[in-house]
Design a protein around this ligand. Structure first.
Ligand SMILES: [Zn+2]
Length: 340
């Protein structure tokens, strides 16, 4: 039950996810500020170097696709065979992963606190109709490149900015963007450089920047010694993540303001849904009408601590409960998380 204890410390919406820890509670808006701070302090490196094959990146922005009619047709196709209401999250997940020759145990190591958390709290992405990530935590650039090449990247022009996503996700996002335009609204990337596809290196850089800041802070407070810090930094990344979460159990927090879990500030390296090219951060996340348009095209918010973050599932909203997801409504709107 050690994993459950970690969740207790890390979770935000306890009623839904685990248990509320008042020590690390802060309004969602403040957590978004963390994400902003994190971005502003970490430089970005272009990710095009990670495209294994440039020819894979086909520009779909000019594709002969009627954004609404095609998508609406696709979304309204009967897919009952894919939704097994009695199976719940795990049953539907087993079914969906089997399309890619995967099983739950091949994708997630549930004995790992980090992977278990990714799976139980942010696991909606594994139900996507597109190609689900083949592991809960990527641990190298080559693993990410292999997955991204296999899944296939497509470019879409969203709000005048090119982004890269899996083809189904890219087409659906373009449809949503065009739909929004027709309603006098807009959908645009929250940050031009990294709102969709990300490399492993990028997720690692975000993580490392946060760990380094926290180490400096806790050393100055006398809570971590130089020796402890050297050891922490020398650990293989998976162990380093586990060690950070252990330290946080003792109140040595690694978030931007050192007052809550690092996972409220940055995803563990290799666990970001952006790696799977199934996530998009929208500037207009606060607009309910925009969220409804995104949902109509199969894009839903599935990470409670990350308001601008949408995940491509490809299903109609009324199908999500049957897939084993539950809707969590907060002051910041609605999120879909595994019903487990
Ligand atoms: Zn995101």
């Amino acid at each position: 039950m050690g994993n459950r204890n970690i969740s207790k410390i890390l979770c935000f919406h306890a009623l839904i996810l685990c248990l509320l820890s008042t020590a690390c509670y802060e309004p969602v808006a403040n957590r978004s500020a963390d994400f902003e701070n994190k971005r502003e302090t970490v430089s970005f490196e272009p990710e095009n170097k990670n495209i294994a094959n440039k020819e894979e990146v086909a520009n779909v922005s000019n594709a002969n696709v009627d954004p609404i009619s095609n998508k609406s047709d696709e979304m309204s196709k009967p897919i009952e065979e894919k939704v097994n209401k009695a199976a719940g999250f795990r049953g539907n997940l087993t079914q969906n992963l089997s399309r890619s020759g995967l099983t739950i145990s091949s994708v997630v190591d549930e004995s790992s606190p980090v992977e278990k958390r990714v799976f139980e709290e942010y696991g909606a992405v594994f139900l996507t109709k597109a190609t689900p990530p083949d592991r809960a935590m990527f641990t190298s650039e080559s693993e990410v490149s292999t997955f991204q090449s296999k899944a296939g990247a497509k470019r879409a022009n969203i709000g005048g900015i090119n982004v890269e996503l899996q083809s189904a996700a890219a087409a659906a996002l373009e449809s949503a963007s065009n739909d929004a335009k027709r309603q006098g609204l807009s959908i645009t990337p929250r940050h031009p450089e990294d709102s969709a596809r990300r490399s492993y290196a990028h997720t690692l850089k975000l993580w490392t920047g946060r760990v380094n800041d926290a180490c400096r802070h806790w050393k100055s407070k006398g809570k971590l010694s130089g020796e402890q810090i050297s050891r922490l930094k020398s650990l293989p990344i998976k162990q380093q993540v586990a060690e950070v979460l252990e330290l946080e159990k003792k109140g040595i927090f690694f978030s931007t303001y050192f007052n809550k879990s690092i996972l409220y500030s940055v995803a563990a390296p290799g666990t970001s849904q952006h790696i799977s090219m199934l996530a998009f951060d929208a500037k207009e996340f606060g607009n309910k009408k925009v969220r409804a348009i995104m949902a109509k095209h199969g894009w839903f918010r599935t990470v409670q601590s990350d308001e601008p973050h949408f995940t491509y599932l490809g299903y109609r909203e009324d199908e999500l409960p049957g897939l084993g997801l539950k809707k969590v409504s907060t002051g910041k709107g609605e999120f879909w998380i595994p019903n487990i």
